[in-house]
Design a protein around this ligand. Structure first.
Ligand SMILES: NC(=O)c1ccc[n+]([C@@H]2O[C@H](COP(=O)([O-])OP(=O)(O)OC[C@H]3O[C@@H](n4cnc5c(N)ncnc54)[C@H](OP(=O)(O)O)[C@@H]3O)[C@@H](O)[C@H]2O)c1
Length: 279
């Protein structure tokens, strides 16, 4: 297939591009920066500079890639700009879906997040409703709702609700932002009940999902946990001592039964094995 990977340089995209190229696909990877595309090009992909907030730029990327399928891995979190990230989820998703419809591409696999369900103690499946904002002024949940609605408006749209990413290159990786905070004993989780997924497993799911039917699939490991448990484990792994472990909302962890039924089995079934890849 000819596949356009929007966000081919991020924590998941940089893993997905080599997997797709090695599988023999014709891959076009995008970034806002030509320099950041060099690893994707070295892996065999064509690099295209695109700003997803600009519909003209997105259309031009589609014209160059002539895709049969699109992988949407756009987030804007490298500088922890959460408002910018919400804006990108809304505007970038709309621009990608509009461009796909313009050229009759119906297949899109997109990255969403797993911790958006209404709070409950039992892990949720893919039917859980997206919660209202845990605190006022947070644009995260409506932006996720828009992303999912846009992608599912395509006949072959697949939304992957990813757990909290850990592993090399993530915020919980060796030089990651949240790991550095944990070194001084602080963990401030978005939600108390958490499902993790290793970034390598997340990337494998994206590749597999190109063959999955329309719908939502949770991509999480087998071992949901409360921040009261994983928070101190993260702090110890970072070499600190727990001082302040908090969560903004109760939240809900997720079940991976549907992903399992589709053949996805995490190679890192629990964050406990070599916590956060730091051992
Ligand atoms: N589920 C989760 O827990 C989750 C999910 C995502 C990210 N994160 C965390 O966030 C951190 C940063 O994530 P990341 O490495 O994926 O980087 P990121 O800065 O969030 O970018 C992801 C991708 O989106 C692209 N992008 C961003 N804004 C764009 C725009 N306006 N137009 C076109 N492309 C755009 C980036 O390309 P360029 O920057 O090259 O232009 C990159 O390829 C990670 O350490 C990770 O732990 C967590």
């Amino acid at each position: 297939m000819r596949i356009l990977v929007a966000g081919g340089t991020g924590v998941i995209g940089s893993r997905v591009v080599p997997l797709l190229a090695a599988a023999g696909h014709d891959v076009t990877a995008t970034s806002r920066s030509a320099a950041r595309l060099l690893p994707a090009e070295a892996a065999g992909a064509r690099g295209v500079v695109m700003d997803a907030r600009d519909a003209v730029s997105v259309d031009a990327a589609f014209d160059q890639a002539q895709p049969d399928a699109v992988v949407h891995l756009l987030t804007d979190l490298a500088t922890e700009d959460f408002a910018g990230n919400a804006h990108l989820r809304i505007v970038g998703s709309r621009n990608l879906v509009d461009a796909a419809k313009r050229v009759n591409v119906s297949r899109m696999v997109a990255e969403s997040i797993a911790w958006v369900g209404e709070p409950d103690a039992v892990p949720g499946d893919e039917t859980v409703a997206i919660a209202r904002d845990p605190d006022s002024g947070d644009s995260l949940f409506p932006a996720v709702e828009t992303l999912e609605r846009e992608v599912l408006s395509l006949d072959d749209g697949v939304v992957l609700r990813m757990g909290l990413l850990y592993g090399p290159g993530t915020w919980y990786g060796r030089h990651g932002t949240l790991l550095r905070r944990a070194e001084s004993g602080t963990v401030e989780a978005s939600v108390r009940r958490t499902s993790f997924v290793h970034a390598d497993d997340a990337a494998r799911a994206v590749v597999m999902a190109l063959d999955w039917p329309h719908g939502i699939v949770n991509i999480v490991d087998d071992d949901p946990a409360d921040v009261a448990e994983w928070g101190p484990a993260l702090v110890w792994a970072a070499g600190g001592a727990p001082i302040r472990i908090t969560a903004r909302a109760q939240g809900r962890s997720s079940s991976n039964a549907k992903a399992s039924s589709l053949g996805w089995v995490p190679q890192h079934p629990t964050w406990r094995d070599g916590p956060f890849d730091l051992l």
